[in-house]
Design a protein around this ligand. Sequence first.
Ligand SMILES: C=C1C[C@]23C[C@H]1CC[C@H]2[C@@]12CCC[C@@](C)(C(=O)O1)[C@H]2[C@@H]3C(=O)O
Ligand SMILES: O=C(O)CCC(=O)C(=O)O
Ligand SMILES: [Fe+2]
Length: 367
Amino acid sequence: MPTSQYSSLKTNHHTKNTTKDDHNNNHQCSIIPLDFKSVSKLPESHTWELTHPNPLSTSESESIPVINLSDPKAISLMRHACENWGIFHVTHHGVPSNLLREVENQSRRLFSLPSDQKLLAIRSLDSLSGYGLPRMSTFFPKRMWSEGFTIIESPLEHTRKLWPHDHHQRDHFCNVMESCQKEMNRLAEHIMGLMFGSLGLTQQDTKNIKPKYGCQNSNGPLQLNSYPVCPDPTKAMGLAAHTDSSLLTLLLQSSTGLQVQKEGIGWVPVHAVEGALVINVGDLMQILSNGRFKSVLHRAVVNKTHHRISTAYFYGPPKDVKIEPLIQLSSPFPLYRPTTWKEYLGIKANHFNKALELIRSDITKAQ
Ligand SMILES: C=C1C[C@]23C[C@H]1CC[C@H]2[C@@]12CCC[C@@](C)(C(=O)O1)[C@H]2[C@@H]3C(=O)O
Ligand SMILES: O=C(O)CCC(=O)C(=O)O
Ligand SMILES: [Fe+2]
C-alpha cells in the first residue's frame, strides 16, 4: 500500500477540554454509521431540528445548465455556468456508460454487506480512507442518514478486509474503481482546459499551467456515498450542506437527491440527467480563479422509496503544488494566499465552512 499524500492529516477540532477517552468515543460516534436495516423509525440521533421543505420547483430559466462537451459553445456555456451556478451537467463526456453502471453495481454490493462486515473496513482515526460517516460529521450535533466508502489512491487495503477470501469479487471491485478514477481524471483534465479557456486564458497560458496539475494524480480520491431508504425523509439529512475542497468534483448520481444553494432562490434540486455527470466547482478552483468561479454549497436529501447511491471523484493538484490565484486574473490583487491541497484539507478539517475565509490574503483583510 503506498503511503498516501493525505495520510498524515488529523482531525483535532473536537479535542479541546476532553480526555483522550472522550476524544476516542466522540470520534467513534462520529465515524460509525447506523445499521440502517435495524431501525424502522427515525432515531432521535438522526432527527434534524430544521426540517427542510421540498425545494422550489425550478422553472426552465432556473435549472442547472446541461453542457454537451462536443458543442463548440461549450466554453462560453461553462463560463456562464461556473459564474452563476458553480455546477453543471456534462453530456458526451466520453466515460463509458457500462463503466458507470458497474461502478454503481459494485458500490451497491459493498453497502449491502452486513453492517459488522463493513465495520472491518472502518476508517481509522488519522486516515481519510475506508468505510464510515462523512468526515465533516463532527461539525453537526445530529447524524446524517448516509454511509460512505472513501478510496484514496487504491481501494486494496480496505477491500482485503471486506472480502478476505473472495479474491474474484475483490479484484473486480478494485479494477472497476481504478478504471473509474482513471476515466474521471482524464475528463477532469479536459474540463479544466475548457475552464481555463472560459476564464480568458490563451492556449499558451493553458499549456504552461496544465502540467502543474496533471498526471501525477491520476487516481485521486473517490467517495462512494450510500443513502439507504429513510422512514422520515423530511426530518433527516443525507449529507449536510458543504462545499468540496477540490478544484473540481465529478459526480455520478443515477437518481435525484443532490441540491444546490442558489443566491436569492434557495435550495434547487439537481435532477438526474440520463447518461450525464455532474461537475461542481470546488474551493481550490475558487482560489485559482481569484473568486470568479464560486465553489457551490450543496447537500443531499434522502427518500422513502429507494436506496440512493452516488459517486464523487475529487480532482485536485498533486500534494506539493501550491494553488494561488492565476496571475492573469489577479488584478487589482489576489484575493487568496497560496495553499496546497494537503494544507487546505487540514484547515477544512478544523474550520469546515470557514476554511476559504481563513486563507483570504492579508491585503483583502486590510481593506
Ligand atoms: C479529498 C477529500 C475531500 C473530502 C475529504 C477527502 C476525502 C473525503 C471528501 C469528503 C466527501 C463528503 C463531503 C466532504 C466535505 C467530507 O466530509 O468528506 C468531502 C471532503 C472535502 O471536500 O473537503
Ligand atoms: O450524493 C450526492 O449527490 C452528493 C455527494 C457529495 O456532495 C460529496 O460526496 O461530496
Ligand atoms: Fe460534495
